[in-house]
Write a protein that binds this ligand. Structure first.
Ligand code: B16
Ligand code: MG
Length: 217
C-alpha cells in the first residue's frame, strides 16, 4: 500500500522527547550523580545531555566537578546512574506516552509507510515494553551496536539500512539539537518537535506530536 500524499517510505522516530519524556527520569538520575560529585546541575544543563549517550553525558557533568575521576570511578558512576534510571523507568506505563505519539505511529503505518526507532539509549527496548508499543515499530536500532552517539548520523543511517531504504526516503523526527543534526547529516528531511529558534536545522518544527501530519511533508 502506498499513500498518495507523501513521497516517503518510512518515518524514523527518536524516543526521548518525541514518544515519551524519559528526559525527566534521566534528569533525576543524573542529578543524584552530580550532587554526589559536587557538580552543579539543573534542568537547563540537562538539555545539553539530550541525545548524548551515557558516558558522553557523564563526561559533560564531570567537567564541572571540582576534581577529576579515574576510568574506574567513571564506570562506577555511570553504572550507579543507570541502575537508578532503570528503577525509575520500571514505573512507566502506556500513560507515559506523549500526546499524539501513538496516533502518529498508527497514522504512519495506516498510510503504508514503515516505522523506525532511533534512540541512543541502551534502555530503549525496556521503555518500549513499558509503554506497550514495541510492536508498533518495524525496526528498532540496538544502541549497543552504535559506535557514534548523536549528532553523528550513524543511528539514523542504521535505522534506514535496517528497513532496506535509502535515507532520502525517510523522514526523521527529533526534539534535540543533536538529534536534528544526526537526521540532516544522514541526508533525511527533519521534523523538529519543540521550538524553531532552538531546532534551527529542522526542515519544519511542530510544537508537539499532536501537530504531526504526514501530509505536511
Ligand atoms: P541510556 P534518545 C538518549 O535517548 C537520551 O536523550 C540521553 O539523555 C541519554 O543519555 C541517552 O539516550 C543514553 O541513555 O543511559 O539509557 O543508554 O534521545 O536518543 O532517545
Ligand atoms: Mg530526544
Amino acid at each position: 500500500m502506498t499513500h498518495a500524499n507523501t513521497r516517503y517510505k518510512a518515518v524514523i522516530f527518536d524516543l526521548d522527547g518525541v514518544i515519551t519524556d524519559t528526559a525527566h527520569y534521566h534528569y533525576l538520575a543524573w542529578k543524584r550523580t552530580a550532587d554526589a560529585v559536587g557538580a552543579p546541575f539543573d534542568e537547563e544543563f540537562n538539555e545539553q545531555l539530550k541525545g548524548v549517550d551515557r558516558m558522553g553525558s557523564l563526561a559533560l557533568i564531570l567537567a564541572r566537578a571540582p576534581r577529576s575521576f579515574s576510568s574506574e570511578e567513571k564506570l562506577a558512576l555511570a553504572d550507579a546512574k543507570n541502575r537508578h534510571y532503570q528503577e525509575l523507568i520500571a514505573t512507566m506505563t502506556p500513560g507515559d506516552l506523549l500526546p499524539g505519539a501513538l496516533e502518529a505511529l498508527v497514522a504512519v503505518r495506516a498510510a503504508g509507510l514503515k516505522t523506525g526507532l532511533a534512540s541512543v539509549s541502551k534502555n530503549a527496548f525496556t521503555v518500549l515494553d513499558r509503554l506497550g508499543i514495541r510492536d508498533r515499530f518495524d525496526t528498532v536500532v540496538d544502541a549497543a551496536r552504535i559506535a557514534n552517539s548523536k549528532p553523528h548520523p550513524e543511528i539514523f543511517l542504521t535505522a534506514a539500512a535496517q528497513l532496506g531504504l535509502d535515507p532520502g526516503d525517510c523522514l526523521g523526527v527529533e526534539d534535540a539539537v543533536a538529534g536534528v543534526a544526526s537526521i540532516k547529516d544522514a541526508g533525511m528531511v527533519a521534523v523538529g518537535v519543540g521550538k524553531p529558534e532552538v531546532l534551527t536545522r529542522a526542515d519544519r518544527v511542530i510544537p508537539s506530536m499532536l501537530e504531526f501530519r504526514l501530509e505536511d511533508y
